[in-house]
Each structure stands twice: as structure tokens, then as C-alpha cells.
Design a protein around this ligand. Structure first.
Ligand code: UDP
Ligand code: MG
Length: 170
């Protein structure tokens, strides 16, 4: 028996544009893992840069940021989810396939649906955390504690004052 883990999964803008959401969720359901958080996110530049901070300095960094924000596709959004269960990180990474879609197992999600752009970016339709530290960092970057239906990491109570928020007109 492996340990229960949480992992961040993103369906990237190319995955959404290619109408792959259903296929990808079906593939991920083979793992028998549980979805414990999900939302559609309009990715800000700050979020994009923070998410890919480990790749800052790479020649393709700026194009990668444009890719995850959705500037290379018509859809400026990603579907962000947290999957939870036994060996979640490895199971989702395995189904996703290698980073380079041309090297990925052809039956993996990236192998089946990914492509390399003329600018050399791997448009590989899905993101999946690659280890527990990364999963924790990424989940805490993309989600607030109350957006996740299980307790994953320690939380603290804080009163937010003078935060401007849009509300529904009543
Ligand atoms: N990427 C790319 N070219 C590279 C390496 C990475 O276009 O040579 C992109 C690709 O979309 C990848 C993302 O940057 O999914 C993050 O890279 P990482 O090395 O973390 O790969 P991953 O964990 O996504 O497999
Ligand atoms: Mg990575």
C-alpha cells in the first residue's frame, strides 16, 4: 500500500481549445483517484511566473508564460484540479507521459495529444506535479484551503481587512 498524496493537475489552454477535457478526465478516472478541488482559472502573469519559477532563465521561458496564460490559444483559461489518493503523484505523472510529447509513450495523454510548436514549446495539454514538495507548493499557489474538500496541509485563521472584492448585485 502506498501513501495517500495530493497532486495538482492543470488542463492547459491547448487541452481546453482542443476539447480534450472529457478525454483527459476519463483517462485520469482510470487511476481511481478522487478529485478534491476543481476550478476554471484565468491565469495572471504573476501566477504563471510563480508556477514556472524553476524554469526562469530558460530561453523558452517567455513563450512558456504566454502559453500557460492562454495567449497562444483563443482560450485564456486553464482547468485546475487537485487529485487525491494512493500514490497520486506517480499515477498521474505516468498517465500524463514524458514532458516532450514526441518522446512520450504514444498512449499517454501527452503522447496522444501533445505537439511541439514551431517556436519549440512543448504544448503537452496537461500539467501534473512531479513530487510531494512540488505538489504542496503548487496546490498552495493555485488554491485556498477552503476550496479543497479534504485537509491537506496545516492552515491558520486570518481576518482579512479592507480587501476589495466584487460581489453580486442584490
Ligand atoms: N517545456 C518546454 N520545453 C522544454 C521544457 C519544458 O516547452 O524544453 C514546457 C512544457 O510545456 C512543460 C513545462 O515547460 O510541461 C514545464 O517543464 P517541466 O520541466 O517542469 O516539465 P513537466 O513537469 O511539465 O513534465
Ligand atoms: Mg514540472
Amino acid at each position: 500500500m502506498g501513501v495517500n498524496q495530493a497532486t495538482l493537475v492543470l488542463i492547459k489552454p491547448d487541452g481546453l481549445k482542443k476539447s480534450l477535457t472529457g478525454n483527459i478526465l476519463t483517462r485520469l478516472s482510470e487511476t481511481k483517484l478522487e478529485i478534491v478541488a476543481a476550478k476554471i482559472v484565468r491565469v495572471s502573469r504573476e501566477l504563471a511566473v510563480e508556477h514556472y519559477v524553476h524554469l526562469q532563465g530558460q530561453l523558452f521561458f517567455e513563450e512558456l508564460i504566454r502559453y500557460i496564460i492562454g495567449e497562444l490559444h483563443d482560450r485564456k483559461k486553464v482547468l485546475a484540479m487537485v487529485y487525491w489518493g494512493e500514490d497520486a503523484i506517480e499515477k498521474v505523472r505516468k498517465l500524463s507521459g514524458a514532458t516532450n510529447p514526441e518522446e512520450a509513450d504514444p498512449v499517454s495523454i501527452r503522447g496522444a495529444y501533445g505537439r511541439i510548436t514551431t517556436k519549440g514549446i512543448y504544448e503537452n495539454v496537461i500539467h501534473a506535479s512531479s513530487n510531494e514538495n512540488e505538489a504542496r507548493r503548487e496546490i498552495q499557489l493555485w488554491f485556498y484551503p477552503d476550496e479543497i474538500i479534504v485537509e491537506l496541509y496545516p492552515t491558520r485563521e486570518a481576518v482579512e481587512r479592507e480587501v476589495q472584492k466584487r460581489m453580486w448585485v442584490k
